[in-house]
Design a binder for this molecule. Structure first.
Ligand SMILES: *Cc1c(COP(=O)(O)O)cnc(C)c1O
Length: 361
């Protein structure tokens, strides 16, 4: 009898959204719009596509395990040293590397609830105790209660800002006060997967804080605003000693050639990012206006998605939208049984989704 780790029995494999092709067939639809995974509806930079054309000639060769070219460009872009960066096969893998490096039986980790699912998932696999602290009414982290949940056995505390699935962020002063209180033996991870989309004035610039907090790690990704989700490139930024300490837990060729080449080129095209952020803001406004019109509550979002309270069974409403060709995320699996999380699409996609919703309400 195989003896799979006991803790895996309580986990389900990640449930991805239904693929577009499957929905087309099932409901006999010509067009299906996916607003479920916070992907960039405008794709990626043309420069990234061109870089991919060139790089495709090199597929027989292993990638550069150190991602030297991308690393140099990224360090320059961020204003940090190359040694302050760990690259991952998506930020998901950096979360896994952190978990493998710090968590195990007899340890615990503190996080918000609801928040991004992968912190808990990886902690459970490592056999660590998971301490979840409910979000505040406004969707922000209850940082004070999270501090109280920390003890001698705590190894990692996770702050997702902006938070997935609420889209809310931690204000600069609150985050700094929190980091000042996190004990030195605890790694504070601030996941900024939606960093590029944020427009709030009091959103903290966390990179300068790395000089003050040797136990701070920032996570970012090329999957969201950069529109390269398929290529799996994410990264952590932290003090050099911390990066060095966890590097052995990284697979030697974790980021692939296409990902490295595309991410490098995409960094050089900030005009594309600015355009996407501008259009995303207009899209967010479409949803906010709709909510005001229909008297619906929503969490103010600094991201490319919005979590709306429809005051009805989320799975039902999700199913109705699906039949009309709109794939969104039911809040049910995300800890919000009456909400939908909708990714901001193009103007036309948003109009279509909102018109369909208006008909259903
Ligand atoms: C999408 C997302 C990630 C993972 O991004 P990848 O780089 O594609 O693995 C990490 N954290 C949050 C909060 C996210 O929403």
């Amino acid at each position: 009898m195989l003896q799979i780790k006991e803790q895996l029995k309580q986990l389900k494999p990640y449930q991805p959204g239904k693929p577009i092709e499957e929905v087309k067939k099932e409901f006999n639809l010509d067009a299906v719009v996916k607003l479920a995974s916070n992907e960039n509806p405008y794709g990626c930079s043309e420069a990234a596509k061109e870089a991919l054309q060139t790089e495709v000639q090199q597929m027989a060769l292993y990638p550069d395990g150190y991602s030297a070219a991308l690393r140099t460009k990224l360090a320059g872009h961020l204003g940090v040293n190359e040694t302050n960066i760990i690259l991952g096969n998506g930020t998901d893998e950096v979360i896994q590397i952190i978990s493998r490096s710090l968590l195990g039986a007899g340890t615990n980790t503190v996080m918000a609830n609801p928040t991004f699912s992968q912190y808990k998932h990886n902690a459970v696999i490592e056999g660590a105790e998971v301490r979840e602290v409910a979000l505040l009414e406004n969707g922000c982290h209850d940082l004070d209660s999270m501090l109280e949940a920390i003890d001698e056995q705590t190894k990692v505390v996770w702050v997702c800002s902006p938070n997935n699935p609420t889209g809310t962020y931690e204000q600069e002063q609150k985050l700094i006060r929190f980091l000042e209180e996190v004990p030195e033996h605890v790694l504070a991870v601030v996941d900024e997967a939606y960093y590029e989309y944020v427009t709030a004035e009091d959103y903290p610039e966390t990179i300068p804080l790395l000089k003050r907090f040797p136990n701070l790690m920032i996570l970012r990704t090329f999957s969201k605003a950069y529109g390269l989700a398929a290529l799996r490139v994410g990264y952590g930024i932290a003090p050099e000693q911390l990066i060095q300490a966890i590097e052995p837990a990284r697979q030697p060729f974790n980021t692939n050639r296409l990902g490295q080449a595309a991410a490098l080129a995409a960094l050089g095209d900030q005009t594309f990012i600015e355009e996407c952020v501008r259009k995303n803001n207009e899209g967010l406004k479409q949803y906010c206006d709709f909510c005001s019109e229909h008297g619906l509550k929503y969490y103010p979002s600094q991201t490319n998605f919005v979590l709306i309270d429809f005051k009805r069974d989320a799975d039902d409403l999700f199913g109705e939208l699906l039949k009309k060709g709109y794939i969104v995320r039911s809040g049910n699996a995300l800890g919000f049984p009456a909400h939908l999380r909708i990714s901001i699409g193009t103007k036309e996609q948003n109009e279509g989704c909102l018109k369909t919703l208006a008909d259903l309400l």
